[in-house]
Design a protein around this ligand. Structure first.
Ligand SMILES: Nc1ncnc2c1ncn2[C@@H]1O[C@H](COP(=O)(O)OP(=O)(O)OP(=O)(O)O)[C@@H](O)[C@H]1O
Length: 310
């Protein structure tokens, strides 16, 4: 759907983005993460065609964005970090204006505006003047303009910026709904948001791409937590002998139940290992209370990547 090929962007002597490449397929929801100044906004501006790369190419559905910027921009929805505001316009008029720029047919415009107002829960603010809206409401207007005309590609720079917890949850739900029919690239500092909605994560550091991985792969730590009863004395030894298990660590349990952290050998399939562990526990004569695949938090992964020595 969208391909970034060797993107570099200089601002004078500052290299904001350096040789970044990735390819995002249809209906993927991708989180673009990184500390302040890592280059997220610069990448998003290049992906949406509002900033030219110094070198490198962005392709949308195989077409060079630099060569076809106007036509391709009409097919995508972009929420910039700082939305250009038209403080004197009414919300509905502003959305109608954006719909016109996007080339939505006059007969379709009213329906498209209503749909965007409804999706962002601002239908009762349609006649409000933008300059008089709260920060969070303005942000919703920004998202409404981005989703006008149901674009197949959405680029959202900090979509929940300025939203309260309830609005943030609504925005998450909206993004999940939009993901059913669009490819979405989101930049945010709220990692729980990424864990909740993204399939894939790109982490930037100093303008370079440090990580490009599927969320499930990134969060998997190759450990299973086992809870059983304490009836079999040598259960730990039996588990340790299993070919898929690299190490068994006994955790604090109670008199009735024992807990073990089981580290899998590299390359072991966690589902197959879980089936074999359950069978092992059963055959040993113990009762299985819980077998749970452990996962790492994105916060820890993010900090590791950002703190990593060059
Ligand atoms: N128009 C500009 N002129 C000069 N330098 C710029 C410009 N835009 C960005 N930069 C620089 O490029 C680098 C990357 O900035 P960018 O805004 O892309 O980072 P970011 O990851 O989005 O940061 P944040 O999380 O703070 O929004 C920074 O060093 C920034 O100062």
């Amino acid at each position: 759907m969208i391909e970034a090929s060797h993107l570099t962007r200089q601002f004078g002597r500052t290299t904001a983005v350096s040789n970044v490449s990735f390819d995002i397929g249809s209906n993927e929801v991708v989180g673009l993460l990184g500390p302040n100044g890592a280059g997220k906004t610069t990448i998003m501006r290049m992906l949406s065609g509002y900033l030219e790369p110094t070198t490198g190419v962005v392709r949308v559905n195989g077409q060079d964005l630099g060569q076809n910027a106007y036509a391709l921009q009409r097919q995508l929805g972009y929420l910039p970090e700082n939305l250009p505001v038209y403080p004197d316009m009414m919300v509905a008029d502003y959305l109608d204006y954006v719909a016109t720029i996007k080339g939505i047919a006059p007969s379709e415009r009213m329906r498209a505006v209503k749909e965007a107002l409804h999706a962002t829960y601002i239908q009762d603010r349609a006649l409000d003047v933008i300059g008089q809206l709260s920060r969070g409401m303005k942000q919703r207007v920004g998202v409404a303009q981005a989703i006008l005309g149901r674009p197949r590609l959405l680029i959202l720079d900090e979509p929940t910026n300025g939203l309260d917890p309830r609005q943030t949850e609504q925005m998450r739900q909206l993004i999940t709904q939009l993901a059913r029919r669009a490819t979405i690239i989101i930049s945010t500092h709220i990692l729980q948001e990424v864990e909740a909605v993204c399939d894939r994560v790109l982490i930037l550091r100093n303008g370079q791409l440090a990580i490009d991985r599927q969320m499930s792969e990134l969060r998997s730590c190759g450990e299973l937590l086992l809870r059983t009863d304490n009836t079999v004395a040598d259960l730990e030894t039996q588990l340790a002998r299993m070919p898929q298990i690299a190490a068994v660590r006994k955790l604090e349990g109670s008199a009735e139940a024992g807990e073990y952290c089981l580290s899998l050998r590299e390359g072991s399939d966690p589902d197959t290992a879980a089936g074999n562990i359950a069978a092992c526990v059963n055959q040993a004569g113990a009762r299985l209370f819980m077998l749970d695949r452990q996962s790492r938090h994105l916060d820890d992964i993010f900090n590791e990547v950002v703190d990593r020595e060059d």
